[in-house]
Every structure is written in C-alpha cells, then in structure tokens.
Design a protein around this ligand. Sequence first.
Ligand code: ZN
Length: 353
Amino acid sequence: METESIRLLRELSEAFGPSGFEDEVAAIARREGAKWGDVREDTLRNMYLYRRENTGNRPVVVLDAHSDEVGLMVQYVHPNGLLQIVPLGGWAPGVLPGQTVRVRRRDGGFVRGVIASVPPHFATSAKPGDAADCRIDVGASSIQDVEALGIGVGAPVVPDTAFSYDEARGLCFGKAFDCRVGCAAVLETLRRLQGETLAVDVVGVLSSQEEVGERGAMAAAYAVHPQAVLVFEGAPADDTFTPDYARQTVLGKGPMLRHMDRCMITHPRMIRHVIDTGRKAGLPVQEAVRTGGGTNGGVYHVQQGGAPSVVIGQPVRYIHAPCSVASVRDLENGVQLALEVLHSLSEEVLAAL
Ligand SMILES: [Zn+2]
C-alpha cells in the first residue's frame, strides 16, 4: 500500500514543471500548505510556506527545495514539422534521443512527442546527440501541422515518464526526483511539525528556476531573510560507477551532507551540528566532498549578509535524465534529520555556531 508520502512524491514527480513553468508543483504546494500553514507566492512562482505556529520574533530557518526540473523549450519549427529544442538546465550526455516527451500547448494541454533518433540502418555516426542537436517529433509533417496542434516557439517540454513504486524494495522510479524528493521532504517535514512549538520560526520555500542558475532562491533569500537554511536536494548517487571505498552518496544509505561543492564550503560548525544531531538520533548520514554540483545553498549562504546553510542531499541515481531511482528510506531519513535539526535549533544554538 502506498503511504501518504509516496502518493505525494508520485504526484510531484509526474507534475509538469521545467524551469520557469513550475505551475503544477506550485498548485500542489498551495493545496498541501493550506492544510497546516499560510501559503504565499511571488512573481517567480516561489512558494512560501509559513507554519501557523510561527511567532515573528524568533530566528527564521528556511527549509528549501527547488520546484523546477530540467526540461526543454521549443526554439523553432523546421519545415518538415520537427521541433528544434534548447535545454532548460543541464541534461546528462546522450540521454535524450528516443525518449517520449510532453510538449505544453498554448491552451495548457499537452501533445505527446518523441525525441527523434536516427535508425541504425541510416546512422553515419555512433555518437548520441546533445540536447542542442535533438529535435522533437510530434507526428507532424509541416509547420502548419505543428501550428494546428497549438504548440510552437517557446513551448516548454518534459519527459513523459510515469512514476512507479516497488513496495517490496522501497524504491521509486520516475522523473524529476531532483528535486521533487526535496519538495516532498519539505512538505512532509512541515506537515509533521503541525501543532508543535519550536524555538525557531520555520518557512518552507519551494523555489523556482534552480536548474538555470538558482534564480528563485535569490529572490527568496531577500524575501525571507533567514538566519539558517536547510536545503533539500536530489543529489546524484555515485554508487553505480565509483569503487566502494570512494562512495559517498549510496542509494538507501541515508541523507548525504556535503562539506564542499562547486558553490559552497559548507559552514563547518553548522554541518557538524547537523551530522552530530543526526547520528545522536540514530539516523544514517553520509558525508561527501564534491568539486562539481551547485545548489541553492550557494545562494542562501552569501545573500543578505549570509546565513549558515546545509544541504541535505537525498541520493538519486541518474539525475538530469528522463528516469531516476530513489529510495523511500532516504526520503524518510531526510525528513527525520530535518525534524531533529529543527528541534535542536534556538537563538542560543545559532548564535554559538
Ligand atoms: Zn536539484
């Protein structure tokens, strides 16, 4: 049987929400947030979720996850009816040809398409295409055919991937786990805090446009001005291609805390506090040092005078590809870790960091 959090993850995963077009994720946030809090949004479609128990006179902790997913946008239509596309965010190399997609029509409906591939019988090169070389086939043969479908220049596109849940192994297969597992974790954490008194105010932020350069988080950092930030991120699992002694983000082994990545040296005392709090509570925690990868932490830790920010990475195999794998245990342990940390924070604890 699917739990409430799996049902929510299913809905979030299947929601259409490439960068700049996060409306369906925003609608889920609005509906869920209204059950236990006050929901506001800004013109970027950042969703702000305020606990009803917030007082307005305690330090503010932001729980962030980005609502967008990597997608595509139609650049122009070829005379033969194929859609030229540009990437919204960074796709893993070679994952696009042969994938089915949904192209959003001007009226809000969708047209199914497939990313064109050259049959081996006609192929002259074995190299798979980048997003920039790919074209979408919606079954049209002319510009007029495409026009009649109600799609055209500027239409947003995502993979047409159904979510599935393997209950026996606690595994989820689907698209956009970067960062809809994070969105599920933010909503679930705030839901479980309902009615509780904390020593800090907590604001959930489902931030838009992370995949094109953390744009939503920039506005959110100014709108909320947090004193500390926990960022949930669907983090690339490294357990399928790294020797075991070097693995730092293994599926099912718990949230991954990164000491460093391309955008941030994580506040050393804050990350220590989070790791120690998790281990004390008996939660599995993985530690990592990365040279690539960026998150909204990169924005929050320097904006508005800076706020100590820690990223709770949720291991996901094959992010930035049409289908990813995530573990329900990692989702649950990420929520548990956030709850433990929020219970541990106060004005004094934050001042001592
Ligand atoms: Zn992400």
